[in-house]
Design a protein around this ligand. Structure first.
Ligand SMILES: NC(=O)c1ccc[n+]([C@@H]2O[C@H](COP(=O)([O-])OP(=O)(O)OC[C@H]3O[C@@H](n4cnc5c(N)ncnc54)[C@H](O)[C@@H]3O)[C@@H](O)[C@H]2O)c1
Ligand SMILES: [Zn+2]
Ligand SMILES: [Zn+2]
Length: 351
């Protein structure tokens, strides 16, 4: 089958690889209909998150149909499309029982390298999904009307936005700032809007990303390439500052910006990924100002994908607005180049 594999030195190639086979009686094999390129794929290529094996299949955002399943798979998948989760949970540990799937004791992830279980990924014609009953979401019932593209991000960045917004505990009429207007920031902002805040303001240093958020997503966004984020938020809130800041960048400068954008006693939710062990933060400032700093960890996809998908089905959120490029899987190398150059917001590949 055709698949996008890690080719070493931060690059990918599309290659012929062996088809996956069932390895456990709770596995399913999914024929992929649509798959997308994620910022985390770039982190892997760039070594920000280590552990991608040369020849390993990459990719973790996908939708498809089950073609084979093990004897202990219970759900009915015949003629039903399924959404896959990037996060592979075991369903048997104490964390899974408490629906904290993101802290599953046996946590793995698809296509994200040896440190997360060395599972082959989903930028391929076929993908093997362990513990299919938990890690696949059939698009049945009220979700059957969703298009592939509408549902596709529910297994990763859309669920991440919903998880981040829920962690932020947003109250009616509060003001929310989202630092970073990449795909994750956009979905954090869309998810935050559902809590009826008075304002949701995205901040980004890249004017093109600010324009995209405004023009394509209908979001309020400010270009902070030439002005201090603190001044921009003060101006937008008549000096009150934000009650909550969601950090959707993954760089310590963005946490520092978030700290400057919230009022005293405000709260910050760190959704961006931090790969190194140590960073320097002004903890004394956070203490004096009573700032709540909450780190999201890996998104709790399986606890939030229903909420995310129902919101799309109700028309509250349109994730397809973030898709800028649609390419055949065989053109994935070009897709990665566009994505890396930030010419693309989201690239969807069809095997
Ligand atoms: N917690 C999770 O499970 C989870 C899931 C998916 C992604 N993520 C993480 O979320 C983060 C964002 O993902 P993405 O795909 O949107 O990334 P991205 O790189 O496409 O977007 C980040 C945006 O932040 C902007 N930016 C950088 N520094 C900034 C600053 N100091 N102030 C304001 N804007 C700044 C960039 O211009 C860019 O537009 C990444 O760290 C990613 O790994 C976390
Ligand atoms: Zn991802
Ligand atoms: Zn578990």
């Amino acid at each position: 089958m055709r698949a996008v594999v890690y080719a070493g030195d931060g690059t990918v190639r599309v290659d012929d690889v062996a088809e996956p086979t069932l390895q456990d009686d709770r596995d399913a094999i999914v024929a992929v209909r649509k798959t997308a390129i994620c910022g985390s794929d770039l982190h892997l290529l760039d070594g920000k998150t280590p552990g991608m094996r040369e020849g390993g299949v990459i990719g973790h955002e996908f939708i498809g149909k089950v073609t084979q399943m093990g004897d202990r798979v219970i759900k009915h998948y015949e003629d039903t499309r399924v959404l896959g989760s990037f996060l592979i949970a075991c369903g048997e540990c104490a964390h899974c029982a408490a629906r904290r799937f993101n802290f599953c004791t046996n946590r793995r992830a698809l296509g994200l390298g040896t440190l997360t279980g060395d599972l082959d990924g989903a930028q391929a014609e076929l993908v093997r999904v362990p513990n299919a009953d938990l890690n696949l979401r059939p698009l049945a019932g009220g979700l059957s009307g969703l298009s592939d593209e509408e549902a596709l991000f529910g297994g990763d960045i859309l669920a991440t936005g919903f998880y981040g917004a829920q962690l932020s505990d947003i109250k009616r009429d509060e003001t929310v700032v989202v630092v970073g207007a990449g795909p994750v920031g956009l979905f954090c902002a869309l998810a935050a809007r559902r809590y009826n805040p008075s304002q949701v303001i995205l901040l980004d240093q890249d004017p093109a990303r600010v324009a995209f958020a405004r023009d394509n997503m209908g979001l309020d966004a400010i270009d902070v390439s030439a002005i201090e984020p603190q001044a921009a938020v003060a101006d937008a809130t008549a000096g009150r500052m934000a009650d909550i800041a969601m950090e959707a960048v993954g760089h310590v400068d963005a946490i520092k910006s978030a700290m400057k954008c919230v009022r005293d006693g405000g709260r910050i939710t760190v959704v961006g990924v931090y790969g190194a062990e140590r960073y320097e933060l002004p903890v004394g400032v956070a203490w004096v100002r009573g700032i709540g700093l909450r780190f999201a960890g890996m998104a709790n996809v399986q606890a939030h994908w229903d909420d995310a998908l129902l919101s799309v089905a109700k028309g509250e959120v349109d994730p397809t607005a973030a898709i800028t490029h649609r390419l055949p899987l065989d053109d994935a190398v070009q897709g990665y180049e566009l994505f890396r150059a930030r010419e693309a917001m989201k690239v969807v590949l069809t095997p």
